[in-house]
Design a protein around this ligand. Structure first.
Ligand code: TMP
Length: 190
């Protein structure tokens, strides 16, 4: 099973991913692998990291291609992990690519075409939150995209992207950590 967690910055993805991992390992006896994109350790990821930390500037198409390459370069490994029976929990995937780069002014059809053929997740947990509320959470404002007007555009793009997708579990991320985790567990259990 391949589960992706999506949402704007500080929506709670990492917290829910880690609680889900613990639940699957201890209560469901699963072998769980935790991933996140961008993978900042690879060469493409190092450039994405420098871009996000505002050390370098890149044209919107170029940085999008690097984020996408950062996903493509791990497809074989992902395919193997899934074939071996692991559950892969992943913070951000191609949906972040579309939602953020569209907010940067790039056209949807082009964005969609670049990631076409990537392994599709079985479930997408989308944590929806008003960017103003998210901005009050710890560690907000450290990277390039941590601006409320930009995050508002990203949120609109996510909602548009996910509105008719049956694989999406859409959650109100202002709920308590426990309540959100209960909803995720209920979905995984069925
Ligand atoms: P994070 O490591 O805290 O999740 O932040 C990653 C940032 O990179 C976040 O602002 C979203 C952005 N991003 C893109 O713009 N495009 C992408 O394809 C991905 C995966 C992330």
């Amino acid at each position: 099973m391949f589960i992706v967690f999506e949402g704007i910055d500080r929506s709670g993805k990492t917290t829910q991913l880690e609680l889900t991992k613990r639940y699957l390992e201890t209560c469901r006896n699963c072998s769980v692998v935790e991933w996140s994109f961008p993978n900042r350790n690879s060469i493409t990821g190092q450039i994405c990291d420098r871009y996000l930390r505002r050390e370098i500037d890149l044209d919107a198409h170029t940085i999008h291609l690097l984020f996408s390459a950062n996903r493509w370069e791990r497809q074989q490994e992902l395919s193997q992990l899934l074939a071996e029976g692991n559950v892969v929990l992943c913070s951000r995937y191609s949906y972040s690519g579309i939602a953020y780069s569209k907010a940067n002014g790039l056209p949807y059809d082009w964005l969609k075409s670049i990631d076409k053929g990537l392994i599709e997740p079985d479930l997408i947990v989308y944590l929806d939150i008003d960017p103003v509320i998210a901005s009050r959470r710890d560690c907000y404002g450290q990277e390039r995209y941590d601006k409320i007007d930009f995050q508002n555009k990203v949120r609109i793009n996510y909602l548009d992207l996910f509105k008719n997708d049956p694989r999406v579990l859409m959650l109100d991320a202002t709920q308590s950590i426990d309540k959100l985790q209960q909803e995720i567990r209920a979905k995984i259990a069925c």
